[in-house]
Design a protein around this ligand. Structure first.
Ligand code: 6PG
Length: 469
């Protein structure tokens, strides 16, 4: 096979096949590889002209078909498979070739692989790809990290295939080493938060507001035309419309209330703890998936305790407040995720530009939202913004919506409707905006029982008191 293809892709599952067809649609030639004959044949037949899109199960044929430096993207399950594919590719590669891991790999795995491959003269990229199967086909948001020099070879292809926001590509070089995977991980953490919040608002509107699925569809559709415009609000409105293909009624009501997870939300939370950055809305979104998994226990406990009947509400007013509360909590969730990125950038030397990240999230990815245009502007106005909540442009957005969040959180607490995402967003906001917190007492307690010392508000230095004397 002569070296004629611009781009290689290993892993022809739905994401891989769609991505490679997207590459071909944008004027590049592409070659795929998979162990599975059926997947290889499916791509060849879907690709049409084999001079443009071709594939083989044979790794050597695949590698030999690519122009150098080879640009080989892996869209295979995160974890061991990535290492196995890298090892099998290595004997066939030349110095300067580029491997791009497009999966949701854990960022420390990416650092390890990058260092290992660097010794062999191979460039390694961790490039998060967001947007699901449709995004891969029509334009995802891509978050690459790795060698800046090697990125120049990948850039034209990624810019062509990525989603566009008002003509601007939703991809940018983000930083060295695992910067790309890290950013994608936090993207997913934010995704968990937004999804949890949306489900809480659904619960409120359904149980307290008494909204039918048709009304929920109308409500979310309307919201999607305003400041809440986002991919998640849009698909939520569509979900409420979907009839059950296997029985009567709407599908949403037949879906078991146990949410699965693949780990990226949990990693975001775990790493935020390591960094010492609070992301409680994301933390609780992970916990809620865990609580949801305890279905049998929840059924028993429900019988033991029961719950109050939700108090009557004015439907229109309640729905209006739900929109405000959701907007408020979305802002807080993005703020937490961006805060984590800012800190991780310092800790891991990523040199992230938060404005660039917000920019490439404006289209293509799962958390795309009208809000991201405002977030982009906030970071463009002040790249060293510590927290979105400190941006003057966000103060007003929060001030006009926080009261509704307070009202709904209070309603949920009184009426037994769990709102952990919304209440955490509110509590985070109240704590973050408090110049004085009661943690002076914790310092006193620590010093009392463990001589852990404390600082004072009125004098420099470290103090200890013999409390019991
Ligand atoms: C994306 C998504 C995607 C993720 C799914 C499922 O950006 O396209 O984040 O990468 O895998 O959302 O994640 P969970 O199974 O953990 O919910």
């Amino acid at each position: 096979m002569t070296k004629t293809y611009d781009f290689g892709l290993v892993g022809l599952g739905v994401m891989g096949r769609n991505f490679i067809l997207n590459v071909a649609d944008n004027g590049f030639t592409a070659f795929g590889n998979d162990l599975d004959d059926e997947k290889v044949n499916a791509l060849i037949s879907e690709g049409g002209d084999t001079n443009k899109v071709n594939a083989s199960t044979d790794l050597k044929t695949f590698v030999d078909a690519l122009t150098t430096p080879r640009k080989i993207m892996l869209l295979v399950p995160a974890g061991k498979v990535v290492d196995i594919v890298i090892e099998s590719l290595l004997p066939h590669l030349d110095k300067g070739d580029i491997i791009i891991d497009g999966g949701n790999s854990f960022f420390t795995d990416t650092d390890r692989r990058e260092a290992y491959l660097k010794e062999k003269g191979i460039n390694f990229f961790g490039a998060g790809v967001s947007g699901g199967a449709k995004g891969a086909r029509l334009g995802p948001s891509i978050m690459p990290g790795g060698s800046r020099d090697a990125y120049q070879h990948v850039k034209p292809i990624f810019e062509a295939v990525s989603a566009k926001y008002k003509g601007e590509p939703c991809v940018a070089y983000l930083g060295p080493k695992s910067a790309g995977n890290y950013v994608k991980m936090v993207h997913n953490g934010i995704e968990y938060g937004l999804m949890q919040l949306t489900s809480e608002i659904y619960d409120l509107l359904k149980k307290a507001g008494g909204l039918s699925n048709e009304e929920l569809h109308d409500t979310f559709s309307k919201w999607n035309e305003g400041r809440l415009q986002s991919f998640l609000v849009e698909i939520t409105s569509e979900i409420f419309e979907q009839k059950d293909g296997l029985g009567d009624g709407h599908l949403v009501d037949k879906i078991l209330d146990k949410a699965k997870q693949k780990g990226t939300g949990k990693w975001t939370s775990q790493n935020a703890m390591d960094l010492g950055i609070p992301v409680p809305t994301i933390d609780v979104a992970v916990s809620m998936r865990e609580i949801s998994a305890l279905k049998d226990e929840r059924i028993k406990a429900d019988e033991l305790y029961g719950r109050p009947n939700p108090a009557d509400v004015d439907k229109a007013d309640f729905t209006n407040k739900a929109e405000q509360a959701l907007y408020f909590a979305f802002i807080v969730t993005y703020a937490q995720g961006m805060h984590q990125l800012a800190d991780a950038s310092k800790e891991y030397g990523y040199e992230l530009e938060l404005g660039e990240i917000a920019k490439i999230w404006r289209a293509g990815c799962i958390i795309r939202a009208a809000l991201l245009a405002d977030i982009t502007e906030a970071y463009q106005a002040n790249e060293s913004l510590e927290n979105l909540l400190l941006s003057p442009s966000f103060v007003e957005k929060v001030q006009v919506t926080v009261a509704a969040a307070r009202e709904l959180v209070a309603y949920g607490a009184t009426n037994g409707i769990p709102l952990p995402g919304l209440s955490n967003a509110l509590t985070y906001f109240d704590a973050y905006t408090s110049s004085r917190l009661p943690l002076n007492l914790i310092q006193a307690q620590r010093d009392y029982f463990g001589s852990h010392t404390y600082e004072r508000v009125d004098k420099e230095g470290i103090f200890h008191t013999e409390w019991e004397e």
